[in-house]
Ligand binder design. Sequence first.
Ligand code: TYM
Length: 338
Amino acid sequence: MQVVSGIQPTGNLHLGNYLGAIRNWVRMQDDIGENGECLFFLADLHAISLPHDPVQLKQSTLEMTAALVACGVDPSRSVLFNQAQVPAHAEMQWLLNGTARMGWLNRMTQWKDKSGKNREGQSIALFTYPVLQAADVLLYQATHVPVGDDQKQHLELARDIAQKFNTDFASEDAPVFTLPDPYIPPEAARIMSLRDGTAKMSKSDPSDLSRINLTDDADTIMKKVKKAKTDPEPLPSELEGLEDRAEALNLVSIFASLAGISKEQVLVDYGGQGFGAFKPALGELLTESFAPVTARFRELMQDREALDAILAKGAAKARERSAPTLKAAYEALGLVRG
Ligand code: TYM
């Protein structure tokens, strides 16, 4: 089992990242034992696909490293690094650019969403972003990629690229790449904005009230939950009663996911009650869950050198792990490499 996943070091780590991805990273790390290895990285190369501030990117890379460790990613058991220190990612992307098709990239919903009406004005990096993402996982022969639902299409593309490359340049009994499978938590595949139950919770939403950040204190969490958009109806006692109530469904899903119970069970406990009772309970659960993580995050941020050392050590391992597949890809393509 090779578990590989990444997160962009832009903005704060939020509840969607945590429930959709990071919590599974930690679970997989804790379960993997002798059965394989986990590699987790800061996708700093991806972060330059949109306008960015270089000073801020450096700071965010360290903050996201601290946030991941605070959430339970253990650098002594998992390989934790940032892409920029492992040139194999950029090299492999170039090799895969020969295989990826314009038509495939044109269909990516994230490209469509982020480029909007101004495609001509976007960076080429934003367009080829999913090829770098394919390189990220294929370099390590990833078998499992724990992500939220929004990354599913990018992983399907990674599979298509791997398959075409293997067919075009490798023999059937010695493929260069393993086809990776996404691993998406059913209960928290897509955590929605607290302000709009039809938009996903996201770092780029201009309203901070739309998301819970790892760094929010107890008062802020409670304030955001109380201000979360809902409707005037009480909670139903059956799941069907949440149809067409996107905001209510989102809050129930968050509660279930954090408490480790089913949505049905949340409705058994809170069905018939209004949000005046449910929101404070959810706020408390969030605070309880995040308080130790936030405290650890603040502690880790005191020691910048220790964070640099974690990334340097992880990068050295990642360079080693990626070398054989990178070499195999060069050779398969007939490229003479010194
Ligand atoms: P990013 O940085 O946007 O998000 C990191 C992880 O958090 C998940 N996520 C969510 N899950 C549920 N609900 C939400 N509202 C929510 N928002 C974010 C994302 O699905 C992701 O798993 N392109 C990736 C980073 C990346 C990557 C990779 C991931 C680069 N290379 C290789 C996996 C494998 C991204 O921008 O994620």
